[in-house]
Design a protein around this ligand. Structure first.
Ligand code: NAP
Length: 251
């Protein structure tokens, strides 16, 4: 048994930035051919592809908005044309917004549920078509707030709770097709997404978040990537329907 993913083909949604970059790089290091999906950040996605290929890996950037079914269908078709049969889907693309419960808007609801939840659903449905007859692995990036909600992220927490339940529910239906579905629950990871919320590297807010982690540090995107590699590998063939916390013991 090992974590070798040679000849496997993986799609990582939202891999132009943040956690998706760490996932794409670790999958490539394990031998997989990787699709670096992005919505609008073409240059970032191409830089990630460049870094993977410079390291001896195989990768390609493909634009697709995961909340649009036609884009997702094209993402899988282009992947299949370039690299052949798809084995691994990582539903990482996601957006988060901070607002009080009373100030949470319909627009924010639709944005977060369309990308985080509907995007996970339609990409997974497309993956199932491509996995038909041979099985595969779907890994959804949820969040610790799906279980332990924090103030000012009600809609985001609700969207990630939906992702976690899609994971568990779909694993029951897809098990007989040898398709495993698991979710990973990061705590805080300092990505572009957090910087966009104004959480800078040496800020008091970030130090406060680190202080809540039993291991005394924030996880890195590659830590999530290592867990994705394990869950995609032959070492995890009996693991499905699980939610795995990778927060370092966040309180
Ligand atoms: P990030 O730095 O903001 O990066 C988001 C990525 O998602 C980008 O590559 C972005 O591509 C892509 N994306 C956004 N909307 C998309 C769409 N409609 N279609 C396709 N791609 C889209 O975010 P992150 O912090 O790495 O978070 C990644 C995932 O981890 C999310 O699901 C998030 O909820 C989850 N998470 C993050 C944390 C954390 O502390 N960072 C904690 C728990 C869970 P473009 O740049 O092209 O738009």
């Amino acid at each position: 048994m090992n974590k070798d993913l040679t000849n496997k083909v993986a799609i990582v949604t939202g891999a132009s930035k943040g956690i998706g970059v760490g996932i794409a790089k670790q999958l490539s290091t394990a031998g997989a051919k990787v699709i670096v999906n992005y919505a609008s950040s073409k240059a970032d996605a191409e830089r990630v592809v460049g870094e993977i290929t410079a390291n001896g890996g195989t990768a390609m950037a493909i634009q697709a908005d995961v909340s649009k079914a036609t884009d997702v269908k094209r993402l899988f078709e282009e992947t299949n044309n370039a690299f052949g049969n798809i084995d691994i889907l990582v539903n990482n693309a996601g957006v988060f917004e901070v607002a009080s419960y009373e100030a949470s808007t319909e627009d924010a609801f639709h944005r977060m549920f369309n990308i985080n939840v509907l995007g996970t659903l339609i990409a997974s449905q497309e993956a199932v078509k491509h996995f038909e007859g041979k099985g595969g692995s779907i890994i959804n990036i949820s969040s610790v707030v799906s279980k332990n909600p924090e103030p000012f992220v009600s809609l985001y927490s609700a969207s990630k709770a939906a992702v976690s339940m899609l994971t568990k529910a779909s694993s029951q239906e897809l098990g007989p097709k040898n398709i495993r579905v698991n979710s990973i629950l990061p705590g805080t990871i300092h990505t572009e997404g957090l910087i966009n919320l104004g959480i800078e590297k040496d800020s008091d807010m970030l130090k406060g978040l680190v202080a809540r982690v039993a291991l005394g540090r924030l996880a890195k995107p590659t830590d999530v990537g290592d867990l994705v590699v394990f869950l995609s590998s032959d070492e995890a063939t009996m693991i499905t329907g699980q939610e795995i916390d990778i927060s370092g013991g966040m309180r």
